[in-house]
Ligand binder design. Structure first.
Ligand code: NAD
Length: 301
């Protein structure tokens, strides 16, 4: 049992924090007071701002914020973590962030004797709650070994992706691929329903065929077909990930014909559906385009 700081208690942050709380004392901060109160009710200690987390005595502070811009604010803004942390402390950023921004922040912190690594996750809120989420770490080998015991409280699926920034790069590539698969599968579902195939039968057959994926075997039966239920992941967050992935493509001079297309479909969906909807709602774009209602088709099957 040791003290850990945790900043960013949204859908994913709160789920990761709860896993850590079972084994550690957690000092928590979020701009949203209700998010802090929910964790404190279950045993976490409320800190007064990022500097309060830094002053708590925790030698490991985890961030899980929308993107690297907020990580930069928390570290270097007014009342920031960087001024409050002792030399030798470690910041582990579980945000899905920008690899190049992370390398810059790590270099700034290194001047103060503070280490920073990236450790984004994949597997959704369910994966975090069930302790199966994948953690992809970008860090020098020694820091990977240093952080590993704390991460074991979250999940055994801890991977060393490479040097600092590699975790974020891996995560962005993963989300770009999963978004492309999501769009292709949703489009295919709308077509199949229009061609007279029952939605659950489509998912069942697809998940045992060459078009299978997490979207086919989990997303469709659990979230989409029963009524486009929220998955706890904002459509805007995935657009952010696609924007970062395609920016990385530009930075690396690697053309991303499919990824750029997916990014633009997500942009269109945000404009049509609103900035605050869950990712499940993107199904409506394909239903509207094909003139079908997948959930109604299932009900009347
Ligand atoms: P969220 O929008 O639910 O929560 C973000 C939290 O950060 C909010 O509680 C907000 O109040 C807080 N916040 C924002 N700016 C802040 C600041 N400056 N200081 C303190 N708190 C601040 O997002 P989420 O779903 O928890 O996602 C967090 C990160 O994890 C994102 O980078 C996301 O891409 C990634 N992620 C999410 C999922 C998922 O399924 N939700 C899966 C994998 C990765």
């Amino acid at each position: 049992m040791s003290d850990i700081g945790f900043i960013g208690l949204g859908n994913m942050g709160a789920a990761l924090a709860r896993r850590l709380m079972a084994e550690h004392t957690l000092h928590v901060w979020d701009l949203n007071p209700a998010a802090v109160e929910a964790l404190v009710a279950d045993g976490a200690v409320a800190a007064n701002g990022p500097a309060g987390v830094g002053a708590s005595g925790a030698s490991l502070v985890i961030t899980c914020l929308p993107t690297s811009a907020q990580v930069g604010e928390v570290l270097f803004g007014a009342d920031g973590l960087a001024d409050a942390l002792a030399s030798g402390a470690l910041v582990a950023d579980m945000t899905t962030g920008d690899p190049l921004a992370t390398r810059e922040m790590a270099a700034r912190l290194a001047e103060r004797g503070i280490d920073m690594i990236d450790a984004p996750v994949s597997g959704g809120v369910i994966g975090a709650e069930q302790g199966t989420i994948a953690i992809m770490v970008g860090a020098p080998e020694a820091l990977f070994e240093k952080v590993r015991p704390a991460f074991e409280a979250i999940s055994p699926n801890i991977f060393h992706a490479g040097e600092t920034g590699s975790g974020h790069a891996m995560k962005l590539v993963n989300n770009m691929i999963s978004s492309c698969v999501r769009l292709a599968t949703f489009e295919g579902l709308a077509l199949a329903v229009k061609a007279g195939i029952e939605p659950t039968r489509f998912a069942e057959i697809l998940s045992k065929s060459s078009g299978r994926s997490y979207v086919a075997d989990t997303t469709l039966p659990k979230f989409i077909i029963p009524g486009r239920l929220d998955q706890g992941f904002g459509l805007a967050l995935m657009y952010k990930d696609l924007s970062l992935a395609t920016k990385l493509g530009q930075d690396m001079k690697a053309p991303l014909m499919t990824g750029v297309h997916a990014r633009e479909v997500f942009r269109m969906a945000l404009n049509e559906l609103g900035e605050d909807v869950d990712i499940s709602q993107i199904m409506k774009i394909f239903e509207h385009a094909a003139g079908v209602d997948v959930c109604e088709a299932q009900k009347s099957a």
